[in-house]
Design a protein around this ligand. Sequence first.
Ligand SMILES: [Ca+2]
Length: 314
Amino acid sequence: MLYVEDVDEEISDEVKGAPGVRARVDALLERARQAALAARVVLDTRGAVAKDAAQLLAAGWRSFSAALRAAHGADAGGEWLAALSGAADAWTSRLEGHPPRRDLRLALAELARGIRSLHAWKIRVLGSRAERRLRLAGRIALAASGAIFAAAIAIGVAVSLSIPDFDEGLTAIYYTKRGQAGHPFERIDHQVDFSWGRRSPMKGVGRDRFSVRWEGCLVVENGRHPTLVAGADEAIRVRIDGVKAIEDWKPHQFRTNSAKGGLKPGVHRIRVDYEDVSGEARVFLGWTEDGEPPRPIPAENLVPRDGNRKHKCP
Ligand SMILES: [Ca+2]
């Protein structure tokens, strides 16, 4: 099932080949997250073989463990990284021994928690230049005032809290051909806001003449009435609860379209079809309210096709 046999080889290739620690940690965490998601789907399927979930989780923990090692290389003082590394190795070997189902749930929850904490660490330690400046400012402020330092920490925590949970977003299927045809690659996208330019959207898919389908649910909070906005280079159509909301399928350069009327509060089924023909590729799914400029629909308002811990997707 999946790539379990190849994962070790791929991890070492990624660690050798990737340019920076941040990129390495990102790639490995993404792999761990995908394995955790797949394991959750298997665990939620009645009658599924626990052995499959254990294999997927072991693959997830191996990736997570490799991410920890890469992170530890960049932050030798991070003792918790070393401690977590030990725990990760223990989980990996335990999962390879096919533990009982209740242990699998625990392994999944722990892995999700670990991935979130490593994301938070990555932002804190390997963050953008602005965040690094913030840390420096925090240190300087420490000399003058403990209170200002505390504020800098609070901002750091706020940044880490804005990281999407691993199961928030839409189910994305990337196809190697136009018209949602060819070989499909599935993953979760936290948002639909990509500017691929002339690059390929993911490994295995070409730079031109590819298509994508995003499926799942859209959550509109009570009291809100946002208008859906979608844009593409080169073609897009959006269906809400099975009804056409936006269609601009004739190939064109990037432009946005708004749906007629606002979205009602509640959980809506959504399906977005997109395709690129040539040249630049870009896609955007957002909403707007009270005349504000459109912004991408946040991950917390998006639910994958099979639902997540917070919402069912009917
Ligand atoms: Ca294009």
